[in-house]
Design a protein around this ligand. Structure first.
Ligand SMILES: *Cc1c(COP(=O)(O)O)cnc(C)c1O
Length: 380
């Protein structure tokens, strides 16, 4: 059976060009970038070339990019790194209720270590309120961490405005840009972002590689002790092949940015209009405008999202009932609860996130099957 993949917020397929660039570093070019001889220097050159490419995607200096093992590590490194570096200056952190677990659970861990955390509410569209943010700021606030775009409902935060507020109060601003990078324009200089996390496998590079941007001059403590890699901020022999893959994926994301965004928007809008036309009693979760181009999230009344997923899977369709990270848990998604959905509607949610290989024909197949399955489940 042909597989139709609509779960690009969970992960993406590695692009052929990305894999091609990586392979030599898994085969003959296996030198350690810290070694002095030619093969080591070649590996070093590849790592620094990739650093330039990542920097170019978000418009920062290459020296402001630190490679990590994943988006989750980048989030941990940013939040704990700032928290521990400012321990004697202040212990208050502001974040939102709809962050990825890599941010939420890191903040909860810091609360157990004596830090105080404010979790900002979001409105029906999943957007934070700037006045609530201003009111939450205290003398001892050291960090604001608010995601650029949400992985479940795709809502895009007013990052530029949040950064302005942070700067006004001299507070470091970190954003989880894992879903945003490559999908919406991110310019850390123009937007005033101090730290940003990104991850390879959400942008057609492999799993297990990420990066953290830290504006030069911002003090942070390192998480992983060891050698002097990554300018002494993150120990461990560089994952050369994966770094090369991330660099290539960032390069492709930058070059094809407009085309990619328009393609996603077109098929996503087509999907939304088809569902709203052909299936009664559905509601779109999140904002219609301030939304990632490839994201759609619908609640289907009187349908269990999990039953929907199993039936779609039987037709070769991959989608998500909420966040892949929370499958296996029986609680409704924290994001859907935060935008005010009842438990029943949250359990009836289906997230579809589109990617470059999806076509309108794929959407027709998806909608056709949804009409049939939703109708059948509602009758049962
Ligand atoms: C996927 C994701 C992460 C985690 O990235 P990994 O590389 O899987 O650790 C963090 N934040 C958001 C918003 C994500 O979508």
């Amino acid at each position: 059976m042909e597989i139709r993949y609509f779960d690009h917020a969970a992960t993406t397929k590695v692009k052929e060009e990305v894999l091609e660039e990586m392979l030599p570093y898994l085969r003959e070019k296996y030198g350690n970038p810290s070694s002095m001889y030619t093969m080591g220097r070649e590996a070093r050159k590849a790592v620094e070339e990739a650093r330039k490419r990542v920097a170019k995607l978000i418009n920062c200096k290459p020296s402001e990019i630190y490679f990590t093992s994943c988006g989750s590590e980048s989030d941990n490194m940013a939040i704990k790194g700032i928290a521990y570096a400012n321990f004697h200056r202040g212990r208050h952190i502001i974040t939102s209720k709809i962050e990825h677990p890599a941010v939420l659970h890191t903040c909860q861990e810091l609360e157990r270590k004596g830090f105080k955390v404010t979790y900002l509410n979001v409105d029906r569209d999943g957007i934070v309120d700037l006045n609530e943010l201003k009111n939450a700021i205290r003398n001892d606030t050291i960090l604001i961490s608010i995601m650029a775009a949400n992985n479940e409902i795709g809502s895009i935060q007013p990052i530029h405005e949040i950064a302005k507020i942070a700067r006004m109060y001299n507070i470091t601003f970190h954003t989880d840009g894992v879903q945003a990078c490559g999908n919406i324009l991110i310019d850390v200089q123009r937007m005033g972002i101090d730290m940003l996390s990104l991850s390879g496998h959400k942008i057609y590079a492999p799993k297990g590689i990420g990066a953290l941007y830290v504006r030069n001059g911002i003090p942070f403590e390192r998480l992983i002790e060891g050698g002097h890699q990554e300018n002494n901020r993150r120990a461990g022999t560089e994952n050369v092949a994966q770094i090369v893959g991330l660099g290539k994926a960032c390069d492709l994301a930058r070059i094809h940015f407009n085309q990619h965004k328009e393609h996603l928007q077109e098929i996503r809008n087509y999907y939304i209009s088809q569902v709203e036309e052909k299936i009664p009693d559905v509601s779109l979760n999140g904002s219609r405008e301030k939304r990632l181009p490839g994201n759609a999230n619908f609640s289907f009344q009187k349908v269990e999202g999990e039953a929907l997923l199993l039936n779609l899977d039987a037709k070769g369709i991959c989608a998500s009932a909420g966040s892949a990270c929370s499958t296996g848990s029986s609680k409704p998604s924290h994001v859907l609860s935060a935008i005010g959905l009842s438990d029943e509607l949250a359990y009836g949610a289906l997230r579809t996130t589109f990617g470059e290989e999806n076509t309108k024909k794929d959407i027709d197949y998806l909608v056709e099957n949804l009409v049939e399955i939703v109708g059948r489940l509602r009758k049962a």
